[in-house]
Design a protein around this ligand. Structure first.
Ligand code: KG4
Ligand code: ZN
Length: 334
């Protein structure tokens, strides 16, 4: 008798065409990611129509590769997991339609997955078990969530304007750095002085974030330097700005841990690739005796393994979707 549950998971919410095969919600048998970064960077950001077209071009080969890397065939797959939102609607529809057609033709269940829950589920790959507090910071979202069970989430704080990754990308653009700018700022910050420039950051006494102020402060700083014809030290700007975002993310998250009386912290989302953030989180957690689950970088940026893990927990809870499941580009955490 076969007790294992194997899902084939598809993720196409933005500019990564991704497919993974995941066993029992914990064993990543394959994790294939085809990134479109090189295609979009000439435009300075993701062009939705181009993203959809390239998902369409790549999805079949990415799925085939995920199966062969995992050493399985379609007949080994028990159900399909697919991101249904949030994200770019045209991009989501490519992956979701492909997932639906696979579920229909293989006559196996389809499970829709919320991309944000997927980012949280990356921690399960590292062995995290609820309850815990989770900080997710990506290009579209910045959330502090209380995770009481695999499918039970309470949103404690969110960004009121720009997401952390969006602030990174916009500041990078104004510095003339290539899209996606987060990683470029991260690199330059390593050679800069975090105390060189003081950028103000909104620190209201709640768990919500606001990053548009610090973003504007950097832009104003750059403009005033240019007007005065003064030299700009890009490394110092990157280090000071990066430090500002890191401090805000960490301080708010520790306020949430204190408020909820929790001692376990999980993190996810592309911004969690930031080395200054990873180092500071480790130090602070060690100091405050908080158990930290820090996913490998490959599970922080968009990937389908996290979607397969989340899909598994949806599946064992009894969640099934049918072919009427639609993409929901604006959905938040439930
Ligand atoms: O999770 P993700 O891959 O896609 C979304 O769901 O948005 O996150 C992408 C975001 C981008 O804004 C990118 O600039 C940021 O993550 N990012 C970083 C780093 N690597 C990626 N931000 C700061 N430091 C990094 N090393
Ligand atoms: Zn994402």
């Amino acid at each position: 008798m076969k007790n294992d549950l194997i899902t084939l998971a598809i993720e196409t919410s933005c500019d990564e065409t991704a497919c993974a095969v995941v066993k029992n919600g914990e064993e990543i048998l394959s994790n294939v990611i085809h990134t479109q970064i090189d295609i979009h960077k000439v435009y300075g950001g993701v062009v939705p129509e181009i993203a959809s077209r390239n998902h369409l071009l790549k999805i079949s080969s990415v799925v085939d590769r995920a199966l062969s890397d995992a050493g399985v065939t379609f007949s080994d797959i028990d159900f399909i997991s697919a991101t249904m939102g949030p994200g770019l609607v045209g991009a989501l529809l490519i992956g979701l339609s492909y997932a639906k057609s696979l579920a229909y033709s293989l006559d196996i269940p389809l499970v829709g997955v919320n991309h944000l829950m997927g980012h949280i589920s990356a921690s399960f790959i590292q062995g995290a078990k609820p309850p815990f507090i989770c900080l997710t910071a990506s290009g579209g979202h910045t959330n502090i969530t209380r995770v009481d069970n695999y499918n039970k989430y309470t949103l404690l704080g969110k960004t009121l304007d720009d997401a952390a990754g969006e602030a990174f990308d916009k500041v990078a653009r104004s510095l003339g750095l290539e899209y996606p700018g987060g990683a470029k700022i991260d690199e330059k910050a390593k050679s800069g002085d975090v105390n060189a420039i003081t950028f103000p950051i909104a620190m209201e006494n709640n768990l919500d974030f606001s990053f548009s102020g610090v973003k504007s402060a950097v832009l104003n700083y750059l403009n005033s330097k240019k007007m005065k014809d003064e030299k700009i030290n890009i490394n110092d700007v990157c280090a000071s700005f990066n430090r500002c975002i890191v401090d805000t993310l960490i301080n708010k998250t520790f306020n949430a841990l204190r408020q909820e009386k929790m001692e376990v912290l999980c993190v996810g989302g592309g911004v969690m690739c930031n080395d200054m953030l990873r180092d500071e989180l480790k130090k602070r957690c060690e100091k405050e005796k908080v158990k930290l689950y820090l996913p490998d970088k490959i599970y922080c940026t968009d990937n389908a393994a996290m979607i397969g893990v989340c899909g598994y927990y949806n599946y064992i809870k009894g969640i099934r979707d049918d072919l009427t499941l639609n993409a929901n580009p604006g959905i938040n955490l439930i």
